[in-house]
Design a protein around this ligand. Structure first.
Ligand SMILES: NC(=O)c1ccc[n+]([C@@H]2O[C@H](COP(=O)([O-])OP(=O)(O)OC[C@H]3O[C@@H](n4cnc5c(N)ncnc54)[C@H](O)[C@@H]3O)[C@@H](O)[C@H]2O)c1
Length: 345
């Protein structure tokens, strides 16, 4: 069977995870690694056993033959690598969000279409077992007609203060809100029509990270569904899980309640702390990467091999980013904002 040759742009925390997933796939290999910071790429390549290392996407794609490119650069730096990969006729997996401006989203979508390549954005919550089961229940009518939802998806402070050196140049809405919106759109099988969001800031700014702490957002859907969404980067660090995930989905005949962070599968107690080990999102079993955050990346490779449609379309990813843009505007002006999909989806 054909092997998929992957090149990776961005040798950070998540780029290295991508590499390990491709390397663990029986029909995939990593042929090159690229990072603006060459030393970082070289160190990462040495850990991974990758031989071709570059500090420019253009030079990498001129020098190395590959089938697809994974873009694992910071949230605000997906566009130039995506345009570069498309111009070299490479299929593309883009970390979420697709991009953070309307112009960039349109440029990426046009480049993908004009170059005849395939592209997916890694909106992995669709692979999360409880959310995937909820989707099956909703589509099979087990809840009757889907009516409304509540979705909290927060991170502990540490993600903004320590994990992401570029948190101030992004937003919890790009980092996690894009997952929330894509999940709700997918579950409701509709697009957001209007948003109203309020936000609060000060805690992270006080710690030297110039970004908003939390957004509380009301979403109105084209099919009548309504939802409340909470995205914050200020959950106390002692929270047993990095994420705080709660979701309620109400239909005319039933309800689903998801608590994906306090899943009760396993708790660990010591004299110092309580930990809920992450066995669902990012896990390793006998050394192999398991968990739904890895499953979505593996699925991209699988779909390149089989030719099947990706489970996240580029249009769906663009819709999620357009909603984030509307929320940012709404929170800034403290007023409801209609989502403008004009020119894209
Ligand atoms: N799906 C998930 O579960 C998940 C988890 C974490 C991060 N992410 C996403 O992955 C992306 C990367 O996050 P991270 O935590 O690995 O960040 P990171 O800061 O650890 O790594 C990003 C790397 O990209 C490099 N870079 C920046 N611009 C570049 C360019 N133009 N060309 C080449 N390299 C460039 C930086 O030097 C850095 O080494 C983000 O979009 C983030 O939202 C996804």
């Amino acid at each position: 069977m054909k092997r998929i040759r992957m090149a990776i742009i961005g040798a950070g925390i998540w780029g290295e995870n991508h590499a390990r997933i491709y390397q663990a796939h029986p029909f995939c290999e990593v042929v090159a690694l690229c990072d603006l910071n060459l030393k970082k790429a070289q160190d990462s390549a040495a850990r991974l056993g990758v031989h071709n290392v570059f500090d420019s996407c253009e030079r990498m794609l001129q020098a190395v033959d590959c089938d697809a490119v994974a873009i694992v650069t910071p949230d605000f730096a997906h566009t130039e690598p995506a345009l570069c990969a498309a111009s070299h006729k490479k299929h593309i997996l883009i970390e979420k969000p697709i991009a953070t401006t309307k112009d960039d989203i349109i440029r990426i979508m046009n480049a993908v279409r004009e170059n005849g390549v395939r592209a997916m954005v890694d909106l992995h919550n669709r692979w999360s077992p409880p959310f995937n089961r909820a989707k099956v229940a909703i589509d099979q009518g087990e809840l009757g007609e889907i009516y409304s939802g509540y979705f909290r998806l927060n991170d502990v402070k540490w993600v903004a203060t320590d994990m992401l050196p570029w948190a101030a140049k992004s937003s919890i809405l790009w980092f996690l809100g894009s997952h929330s919106i894509d999940t709700l759109n997918w579950l409701f099988n509709s697009r957001v029509k209007r948003v109203y969001s309020v936000s609060r800031e000060g805690i992270l700014k006080g710690k030297g990270v110039d970004t908003v702490d939390e957004y509380l957002t009301t979403l109105e859907y084209e099919n009548g569904c309504i939802a409340q969404m909470e995205n914050g980067w200020i959950t106390p660090n002692a929270n047993p899980c990095v994420n705080d995930i709660k979701c309620n989905l109400l239909g005319t005949k039933g309800m689903i309640a998801i608590d994906a962070s306090n899943h009760n599968l396993i708790q660990m107690y010591t004299d110092e702390k309580v930990v809920v080990p992450d066995v669902l999102v990012q896990n390793h079993i006998f050394g192999a990467p398991k968990g739904f955050a890895f499953e979505s990346i593996r699925s991209f490779v699988d779909c390149l091999i089989t030719g099947d449609d990706f489970h996240v379309s580029l249009e769906a990813a663009a819709q999620a980013s357009f909603v984030v843009l509307a929320i940012l505007q709404s929170a800034q002006h403290r007023t409801p904002v209609e989502v403008n999909y004009h020119g894209v989806c």
